[in-house]
Design a protein around this ligand. Structure first.
Ligand code: SF4
Length: 353
C-alpha cells in the first residue's frame, strides 16, 4: 500500500498554500485544532484563488479562533451516549464504534474537532475488546457504524480483525464504515483493504465528499475497487458556506458520485462545532438549495438533508416539505419540482370520518 505525503502546519507556507505573513496565525489555530492536508488534496488547491473551496476545507483560518455563543465542544453529544470507550449508543438499534480518532486530513469544520488528531487516539486492544463485548451483550444492536476519526487509516490487518469480530456477532445485520480515505488518500484503497472488508454480513462503505473537484480519477479508481468487490457505496456531504452552497455545484457533486456508483446518502447541515461559524449556512439557505435540486436531479442523486440536534438528540430530516394542508377540508396542496402548486384530494379516512 502506498500513502500520500501529509502536509502539517509548517509545510503549508513552503508548499505555497499559505502566505508567509499568515504563518503565525495558522500556528495559533494549530495549537487548538489539528492540521493535516494530504498531497492529493494539496494538489487540487489553486493557490492563486483566495476562495478556493478545497483550501477552505483543510487550510486553517484565523476565523477558527472565534467561538460563537451557540457553539459547543461536543455538538452532537457523543459523550453523553458513550457507555464504554469507543462506543456511542444514541439510537436503540445501532452504535458507533470508534477504533481510531486520527484522520488523513483535518477538516476545518469537523464536528469532532475537539477529539480528533490528539494523542492516544487509537483504541488499545483491551479497550477494543471491551467495546466489542458491549456490542455482543446488546441484542438490540443491528448495525455497527465503524467511524472515528477515519477507520481506513488502520492497517488492513486491524480492519480485517474488526470486521471478522463483528461478522461473528449473530444479532448484527450490517457493518458500515465511514471514511474520507477514498477521497483524500485514495492510494490506501488496495486489494489488502478490499480483502479486509470481506464478510458474510452486509458491509457498506460511506465516503465523505463535499465538492465535485474531490472526485478525481484516483478516487474513481478507489471506488471502483470497492464496488467491484460488491460493497454498496454511499456518501455524506456537509453543506458549507463558500465551499458547496450552490445548487449547480451540488448537482455536479451528486451526479459525479452516482456516476461512480455511490448513492448520496446525507447532506448534513453543518454542526455547531467551536470556531466554525464561517462555514455555516442558514437552514433557510439549505432548504432553498434542496428545493431547487428537487427539480434538477433524479431521486437517485438526492441525499436527505439532515441536522443533528445539538446535545445528542439525534439526526432529523430538515428538507422543506412538498405537501401542506389545503383550503378544502382534508385536502392537500403539493408543490412540484418547478415550484408549481397542485391540489390533491382529501384522505379517504378523513372522508369516512
Ligand atoms: S475526516 Fe471526518 S472525522 Fe476527520 S476531520 Fe474530517 S470530518 Fe472530522
Amino acid at each position: 500500500m502506498t500513502r500520500a505525503r501529509i502536509l502539517g502546519v509548517e509545510d503549508l507556507v513552503p508548499a505555497g498554500l499559505v502566505e508567509p505573513a499568515r504563518l503565525q496565525e495558522i500556528r495559533r489555530v494549530a495549537q487548538e485544532f489539528t492540521v493535516a492536508v494530504t498531497e492529493d488534496m494539496a494538489e487540487l488547491i489553486d493557490p492563486a484563488d483566495t476562495s478556493d473551496p478545497i483550501a477552505a476545507q483543510f487550510v486553517p483560518n484565523e476565523a477558527e479562533l472565534t467561538s460563537a455563543a451557540e457553539e459547543r465542544a461536543d455538538p452532537i453529544g457523543d459523550e453523553r451516549w458513550s457507555p464504554v470507550p469507543g462506543i456511542v449508543h444514541r439510537y436503540p438499534d445501532r452504535v458507533l464504534l470508534k477504533p481510531i480518532l486520527w484522520c488523513p486530513v483535518y477538516c476545518r469544520f469537523c464536528f469532532r474537532r475537539e477529539v480528533v488528531g490528539k494523542k492516544a487516539a487509537i483504541l488499545g486492544r483491551e479497550a477494543l475488546e471491551h467495546a466489542l463485548g458491549y456490542i455482543r451483550r446488546s441484542p438490540q444492536i443491528w448495525e455497527v457504524i465503524v467511524t472515528g476519526g477515519d477507520p481506513f487509516l488502520l492497517a488492513p490487518r486491524r480492519i480485517g480483525e474488526i470486521v471478522r469480530a463483528l461478522d461473528q456477532i449473530p444479532h448484527l445485520g450490517v457493518i458500515r464504515f465511514h471514511t474520507r480515505v477514498p477521497v483524500v488518500d485514495p492510494r490506501r484503497v488496495g486489494s489488502a483493504l478490499v480483502e479486509a472488508l470481506a464478510a458474510e454480513k452486509a458491509v457498506y462503505v460511506v465516503i465523505h465528499a463535499n465538492h465535485p473537484r474531490e472526485l478525481t480519477p484516483k478516487t474513481r479508481e478507489a471506488m471502483l475497487q470497492l464496488s467491484r468487490a460488491g460493497i454498496p457505496l454511499l456518501s455524506q456531504t456537509v453543506l458549507l458556506r463558500g465551499v458547496n452552497d450552490d445548487a449547480a455545484l451540488l448537482e455536479a457533486l451528486f451526479r459525479g458520485l452516482v456516476g461512480m456508483r455511490v448513492k448520496p446518502y446525507y447532506l448534513h447541515h453543518a454542526d455547531l462545532a467551536r470556531g466554525t461559524a464561517h462555514f455555516r449556512t442558514g437552514i433557510a439557505t439549505g432548504q432553498r438549495l434542496v428545493r431547487s435540486l428537487r427539480g434538477r436531479i433524479s431521486g437517485l442523486c438526492q441525499p436527505t438533508y439532515v441536522l443533528d440536534i445539538p446535545g445528542g438528540y439525534g439526526k432529523v430530516p430538515i428538507a422543506p416539505c412538498a405537501i401542506t394542508p389545503g383550503n378544502s377540508p382534508g385536502g392537500w396542496v403539493i408543490e412540484d419540482g418547478a415550484g408549481v402548486r397542485h391540489r390533491y384530494p382529501p384522505d379517504p379516512d378523513s372522508a369516512e370520518g
